[in-house]
Design a protein around this ligand. Sequence first.
Ligand SMILES: [Fe+2]
Length: 373
Amino acid sequence: MRRVPVDQLKTGDRVAKDVYADPAGLPLLKAGIRISDSYRESLKRAEVPAVWVDDGLSKGIEPLEVLSEQTKRRATLAIRDAFRDGPTTLVTGKDMPDKTVREMIDVVDLIIDEVAQNVDAALALNDLANADGYTLKHSLAVTTLGLSLGLRVMQRYGWFDAKDKLRFDDVHGRLPALGVGLLVHDIGKLAVPPEILQKPGPLTPEEWVAMKTHPMEGVRILQHATVSPLSRAVVRSHHEQWNGAGYPAGIAGSKIHQFARVAAVADVFDALTSDRHYRKAWPVQKAWRFIIERSGTHFDPEVVNVFKSSVAPYPPGTDVTLSNGTMGIVKDVRPDKLTTPLVRVVFDATGAEIAPQEIDLSETPGLTIIDEA
Ligand SMILES: [Fe+2]
């Protein structure tokens, strides 16, 4: 199967995996159904970015699953509850209900289990995009990527305790606090007017001032709740930058909590690879390069090193053009050869279909993938 953006779906294309507009509800389209004009319209209305399609050319190509459907559904419900209870907490100053916080912690445990099982695998995040609404989908994707990166960053570089001692023990014990912080990192957006959040164009300086209140509003919402201070550090500092150019505090380097430095990479990468009101999603590979080019300026170099060696720039199911003009679909990606995947070539340089040919780019030095601009 391969992943096809909704506006490139053709009538008659066969859906390969259930499509959810609401991951907590019933599927919008079931696997096996063929795309019609009206289905394409409903997909657009439900803001579904892309659909996995089965065709002869991509037979046997499977997406890398990061999370099970069941965990995705439960996590989406937990995030939705936290966002439902947030406004009351904002207005009344009352605690977020214990039940909501407990469910977040339980869901984070499930995500950690699935992420930890895949710690040596390549990370492909192109299969997470099926939650409804940007914030829910974004919160889940950032949690999954952030936990995967955080686990690897602490294993490779360690973490500093309250006495400023570098430690390599108890890495897994720190993950729940990181996960909860990632899950609700943007909860303060509840305090930002929807006209600003959903504005299709660039924000005015005044609107930016309102937007930039969301980290501290998030801390306010979570102030009394039984949420770890480490989780609040993620909420407070996920827009700080390594060179001090971020907000709300403008702090730099290791003054920014390690969890927030991890969150910053996960947050920007997922935002760039998602459709937004003001721009279309970037191809994964373009967002991947964006993060790597900003190592040491916007982002913590240690987090970027881990990102570069674990996130796949061309996940399985991606259409690619090679430097000799032929075209194909990424079949498989190996964790130690992320930039040179196995490609099934199905079109020659004139665009004519050819007998599928599998090419291992790590063994064909002259041949590379041509990136979309
Ligand atoms: Fe944010």
